[in-house]
Ligand binder design. Structure first.
Ligand SMILES: Nc1nc2c(ncn2[C@@H]2O[C@H](COP(=O)(O)OP(=O)(O)OP(=O)(O)O)[C@@H](O)[C@H]2O)c(=O)[nH]1
Length: 466
């Protein structure tokens, strides 16, 4: 993840400030050095790093911490605000009919991003279509077509046509019913004149409302020049950073955003059509600093729940809050969890859990949990409808049968039943709460959590925001 180191190394320095109410010059010096080291090793441009660190230093030295605020929280707030300032606002993407063109070098992730964005718009209730004009890479047509099928969105391409401009024109006509058009273009290994000429020709036919530059998070210092060239030829309105799920450092992409005075529109976090996030500077930086991102998390939960319910219309998550919590409910919840994406990404979004605690978990903890969920799923598939609806009927002999049927240890079957019981008990407590209690609890959680909500998001780490 971008600047991943920043979160953990900074937390180290910040933890040393625990209990202090004032910052010494050495404290500030150490923190600024840590930030510089992390940003530089993440490929952020040197002059940018210097600008950022000098304003952090100046503010940390000169600004008085508001009453009751610890030195640690005060620095964290400044670092947070400066980083949000560096990255800027998210590119505005109105939820209305429009045409968006994607540009970028070969392999940056344009085709994948086109399908992901189309999926994203479709979830927002619009009807998107992808127009594939990449006639340069032989596999591009099939790849785009398949991904659009998976995303269940309209697609236009013509594998027999060599002129991308013609495809663009015909594609827009043929997908006239769609309200959002996403035009994918070809990439090249390097910025060549022919690529720039081609993209300018396509641009003049497509006349996009917005052109997005797609950048691989692994791009280093070269991003700066690339961004400038694309910006000069077609005008870049925003950037999509892809492959953030990998080990990429991402600093180059951030530099490019700053260089072209543009902003970040979307983040790509995996290879499937659903692995896309709208960029939210507050939540992004909170997550980066290990403060979680409640907004992204609740969006993912809602989406996963809705999808699970779509697949099985008889199941309604709301029923859980009203009546009994069966094993079937538990299985559906696990399905929904799986849809939320890899567990470590989900954990990053939970305030207070993100970087800090997660760093302390053994490396394989996440795999173990996911393996366990898979085993539970197999076990539940071996149960009868009666057992799923009423787990109390499962005695020793049934445990043995289920274990044999599923090929899983009896111990694991018992563990599953135990887990279910625990969840049932917890839910009972929630059920006892009135709506007012629930709202108060949610409010409290929000205040404690990071993400989305300006400085309210800092609350989980100390007294801000309350
Ligand atoms: N892990 C991961 N892989 C990605 C992501 N986005 C794209 N990819 C992968 O990166 C590779 C290149 O992506 P494409 O979408 O084909 O790139 P492109 O820019 O269209 O490439 P050209 O058509 O050759 O210019 C593919 O294998 C994608 O699956 C992402 O967010 N995460």
């Amino acid at each position: 993840m971008v600047l991943d180191n920043l979160g953990s190394s900074l937390r180290g320095s910040l933890d040393k400030l625990q209990g202090k109410s004032r910052l010494s010059e050495e404290d500030v010096e150490e923190i600024v050095k840590e930030i510089q080291r992390s940003l530089l090793s993440a490929d952020v441009d040197v002059s940018l790093v210097m600008d950022l660190s000098s304003s952090i230093k100046e503010r940390a030295t000169e600004e008085e911490p508001p009453g009751g605020t610890s030195a640690r929280d005060h620095v964290l707030k400044i670092v947070y605000e400066e980083l949000v300032g560096l990255i800027g606002e998210s590119t505005e993407i109105p939820l209305e009919p429009q045409t968006i063109m994607l540009a970028g070098l070969q392999g940056s992730g344009k085709t994948t991003t086109a399908a992901k964005m189309a999926w994203w718009f479709s979830k927002k209730g619009l009807r998107p279509a992808v127009v594939q004009t990449d006639t340069f890479r032989p596999g591009a047509y099939d790849q785009a077509k398949q991904m659009c099928e998976r995303a269940e969105v309209d697609f236009y391409g013509d594998p027999d046509e060599e002129d991308p401009v013609k495809i663009a024109r015909e594609g827009l006509e043929e997908t006239d019913d769609a309200d959002v058009h996403i035009v994918d273009t070809a990439g090249r290994h390097a910025l060549e004149d022919s690529l720039i000429d081609e993209i300018e020709d396509i641009e003049s036919v497509v006349n996009p409302d917005l052109s997005l530059l797609v950048l691989d998070a692994a791009i280093g210092q070269g991003a700066k020049e690339q961004a400038r060239e694309f910006d000069d030829s077609i005008g870049i309105g925003g950037v999509v950073i892809t492959k953030l799920d990998g080990t990429a450092k991402g600093g180059g992409a951030l530099t490019a955003v700053n260089e072209t005075d543009s902003s970040i529109a979307f983040l790509g976090t995996g290879e499937t059509v659903q692995d896309i996030e709208r960029f939210e500077p507050n939540g992004f930086i909170s997550r980066l600093l290990g403060m979680g991102d409640l907004k992204q998390l609740s969006e993912r939960v809602e989406r996963a729940m809705a999808e699970t319910q779509e697949e099985d219309e008889d199941w309604d998550p709301e029923d859980i809050m009203k009546g009994s919590f069966t094993l079937k409910d538990m299985q559906k919840q696990m399905e929904a969890m799986n849809k939320m994406g890899p567990l470590d990404q989900v954990l990053d979004m939970i305030p207070g859990l993100g970087g800090g605690l997660k760093d302390q978990l053994p490396d394989d903890a996440m795999d173990v949990t996911q393996d366990r969920m898979r085993s539970f799923d197999v076990i539940m598939d071996s149960m009868t409808e009666e057992e799923l609806e009423n787990p109390r009927v499962i005695g020793a002999s049934r445990v043995e049968r289920i274990s044999r049927g599923s090929g899983q240890d009896e111990e694991l079957v018992r563990e599953l039943l135990q887990q279910h019981k625990m969840m049932e008990r917890t839910l009972k407590q929630f059920q006892g709460m009135g709506d007012g209690d629930m709202q108060r609890m949610m409010k409290k959680l929000e205040n404690q959590g990071g993400g989305g909500g300006g400085m309210g998001g800092m609350g989980g780490l100390g007294p801000f925001g309350d």
